[in-house]
Design a protein around this ligand. Sequence first.
Ligand SMILES: Nc1ncnc2c1ncn2[C@@H]1O[C@H](COP(=O)(O)OP(=O)(O)OP(=O)(O)O)[C@@H](O)[C@H]1O
Length: 700
Amino acid sequence: MTSDEEKFTMEKSSCNESVQVVVRCRPLNEKENDSNCTSVVKIYPSRGVIEVENPNARSENEKNKIFTYDSVYDERSTQQNLYDETVRPLVASVLEGYNGCVFAYGQTGTGKTFTMEGADGDEKGIIPRAFEQIWAHIDRKTGVEFLVSVRYLEIYMEEIRDLLRSKSTKPHELRETNGQGVTVTNLHSQTCQSAKDMCRAMRAGNAIRTTGRTNMNEHSSRSHAIFQIVIEMAEERSKSVKIGKLSLVDLAGSERQSKTGATGDRFKEATKINKSLSSLGNVIYALAENSSHIPYRDSKLTRLLQDSLGGNSKTIMIANVGPASMNYEETIVTLRYAYRAKSIKNNPVKNEDMKDGKLLGLQQEIERLKQLIMEKSNGDFNASFNETDDNDIESDEEGSKEEKEKKLELGKMEVDELAKKLKALEKQMVHGGKNIVDSVNENEMRLEQQRGEIAARKKREVEMQQKLELEEETCIELKQVFASLQQQVDFKRDKLKRLNSKLQSIRQEIRDNHEVYVKDRQEIEEANDEAAMHLRKWFLIIDNFVPSEERTRLINLAQFDDNIDNWVLRKEKIRINPADRPFAHNYRRPISDAALQMSHASPKYRGENVLDLKLDMPLRTTQDYTPPAICPQIKSIVTDVIKNELEHGHIVIKMPSHSMGRNVSSKVEQEGKYKQATKAMVDMHNFRNRGASSAKAGFQ
Ligand SMILES: Nc1ncnc2c1ncn2[C@@H]1O[C@H](COP(=O)(O)OP(=O)(O)OP(=O)(O)O)[C@@H](O)[C@H]1O
């Protein structure tokens, strides 16, 4: 790194360093202009202050909200300024071996993608400008070897996708490794030899990144995208490497369904986007509050940003906002998050003296191949030379000469193969300082350095201005020399007034925060209720369909896997006591008695392992028929009747005299009934004793 460049490098430190927070406001867009929206955002770049006017203010206290950040950019700010003043120093640190992260956060349609990727020409964004800075540095740096690789991924609907190898079906999981932080498995890493290579990789990834159209943005990013650049650097003949890692993150925007008009898939995406952004908000909040638990595990996004927020990276958060009055609430929410992020402390550590870099392995392999090629070429040449001499002396046989030529040819082919391999490996590595004359225009380089100097000066000015304002406030009283008591009273009254208005605005802020808190709590309670209902449904199913002993077994097997952030069932070790195994009849596997018997009839049944099981019969629910009991008097009459029938061949039924009614009509009626009942009983008797003579019934 040149001494000029070093000037702009962030101060080297292994101690705490705050996350740098920058706010950028885009111009009013066509739609907002058409709907007569006014701009409610005022930016003061020289002081790092942004003032937002509440369009629905009911009182003076509610009217304006003021926030201070490391730097602020208004709608006239250029991509070049933002990069030079904010990102250039961070990339310079990465080239020294630090981890760096830039992430753009904000409501949908506020210019995150514009800031990170930008458009062609002067409007190119942070990512392509970082490519240029990295390669300009490599081109200038002599005596150093570099291995530069890129990775590009998106988190869509809480799933990780590789944007450089979209067809890969291998699963991408998050793994926490010592020293490397959280990494993604099976992610393709592409080595690059120039800024153009990197641009190609970025464009290829952007082409398949998930975007969609909403009411708020024609090309809305529906996923969080992370472009990662890993730069390994080694001085010549050094046995260790420095590794700088730069993560450039374009987050999906937060959105309200009522404004974006998201339905169907767009709505599902929006729900996931808002959920992961709310996890990010919670992480920022917990870090700002110095909480003992930081909920990184709540989403994939927060796990991947773990190093950047509260970890060992230098981090810049760019909060993008829109100026329109209709987006006042969203703008305030973004500014509050950004304000909280200001108090996050990171602990950047230089990754130097690394012994496990890919570059070292590559250098060793190149050395080995060079050695091998040298040995092979010398060995083959000498061998063929010696053999030729011997042959001259001993014999001149044609056959052996041909053989030698063949051997020579084979040796040459082997060397060619090794040379090809060597070339491919060497191609992956870049020697610094090689292209200084061809690719870097001297004037442009100087211009770039001057821009950097101006940017650094401007940044210092803002810092000084902020410090001055703070000190002015506290020192003004000390500086004041009061001529009279009245003057002192007036001054104190003014101060009281100022403090009172400050108090009011703080109270208002507390009220606003409380409102947001109540809203958040409501949302959490709703989500909680929904989750509880869901859980109750599963309990119902489990209680009714999973036997209790099976439940206990599964509970014992369940364990939480940190790597995939989910519960898994451990594999059960089943130990079979050999004595419990079924008797195998000396066959390879246990065979049932039925199959054994059938196989005697024909060997083709041997495979049919039929078990002879006893049927489990259902309980009997019917009874045998028992005839109803017959009254003894009727029974004797029936017996008489049957006896008569057997003796005389017909039935005679006589009414017993004691059962006759008194008057004539009832007598006739009773007689009829009696005869009917007796006949029915005789019929029944005959029916039961089928085969008995079927006598004709006659009545007397
Ligand atoms: N600073 C700016 N100057 C000019 N135009 C801008 C600026 N910022 C954003 N825009 C324009 O605003 C529109 C939306 O921007 P962009 O797509 O970058 O928003 P976003 O925040 O990435 O949205 P989403 O979260 O939906 O992906 C684009 O047409 C972009 O060109």
